[in-house]
Design a protein around this ligand. Sequence first.
Ligand code: UD1
Length: 435
Amino acid sequence: MNRAVLPRHHDSPTYPLGVAFQVVGGNRLSGTVRVPGAKNSILKLMAAALLAQGPTTLTEVPDILDVTIMAELLRRLGCEVVQDREAGTVVIDVPAAPGHQADYDLVRQMRASICVLGPLVARVGQADVALPGGDAIGSRGLDMHVNGLTRLGAEVSSEHGFLIAKAGQLHGASIWLDFPSVGATENLLMAAVLAKGTTVIDNAAREPEIIDICTMLVEMGATIDGIGSSTLEIEGVESLTPVTHRTVPDRIVAGTWAVAAVMTQGDITIDQGNSRHLEIALDKLVSSGAMVELLPEGFRVSMDRRPKAVDIVTLPYPGFATDLQPQFIALNAIGEGAAMVTENLFEARFRFVNELTRLGADVHTDGHHALVRGRPRLSGAPVEATDVRAGAGLVLAGLVAEGTTTVHEVHHIDRGYAGFVESLQGLGAQISRVD
Ligand code: UD1
């Protein structure tokens, strides 16, 4: 990733410059780790701030690179953004007339930048967002965003690598999503809250992060019915007011620590982990032989034997999260027996399997299935993180592999996990960041 594009602001990040993590396997992890706010929520909450003029304050903000990229994107739209990394807060002061362009240098670093599309077209009447992969309109990936915005009265076109949406006044509409897309649900929701009249989004996504953004929008003055269900009914309002909002805890980070406890036969208390957001994943860990204890402020996962391999099938929430799939493949790689992993959301997620096999894992993929035959031991080797969750899965495998595993391209991990190395060190892992 080219970090040079991020200008130096007084609160710009000072992420450690190391490019790889070196893990020496064999340590049992134990202790307590605190879960910050969710990456997949905070980016959308920051975009939602655009809907109201004035200062929005977000708390429990994770100290991750993606937040810095989103902050920069908002600054270029004319917002004043101050991040207090110690306190875990971001204050976004939105001007009366924000800009409307999200440039390629930022969008290419973070696909989630697309979430400014809905709020900008609703608030400013225009959004020019660089296309993440140069996809043409209507191609897989953004078709539901585009179709939904068109239903709401926007004119959407694609020019010079930008997706351009324009609207005088958006109007309410009935929208049926082909698939409960998280990003499309969020964009359409953020557009509909300022549209004239009633919008119904059917087959909407119902991830905890969607509930979080709905909650913030209601606090801002929006009218939304059916929150948490697959039918959202939104009654548009004329304007919204800025609020202070606490980000929902990161269920994927919590789930990653839970898998770490099981793989290392450890005992980890996951403070602020919300077990209700992880029901299937925790149930799978229990099937693998783990003990899960619910606590008032989180949960505890412990393990005293080699885990059993467990079948998983990824699906939209409340199904098993695709963002935990690589971590469970890593678990299955050292599990007793064999397991079938079915990926229904992102086939490219199996790319990391090639890296895992470098550690000695026995995994065969065929389309969207991966057959994992557990091995009693893995052996350390250099590997490369292909995305944020794949990176986490490789580190987990390194924690139990014999010898040293060096995970390269860890900027992917830094995008989604705040203080990843420090948290693992605190739990007793032998891991360090190296150049
Ligand atoms: C979000 C999460 C990501 C998570 C995913 C699924 C963020 C920043 N990212 O991604 O971590 O893995 O939800 O839980 O919140 N699709 C289309 N057309 C569209 C929109 C989506 O075909 O218009 C397809 C995608 O190609 C993909 C599937 O639908 O195959 C799921 O995508 P979606 O739910 O939109 O995921 P994201 O919001 O991109």
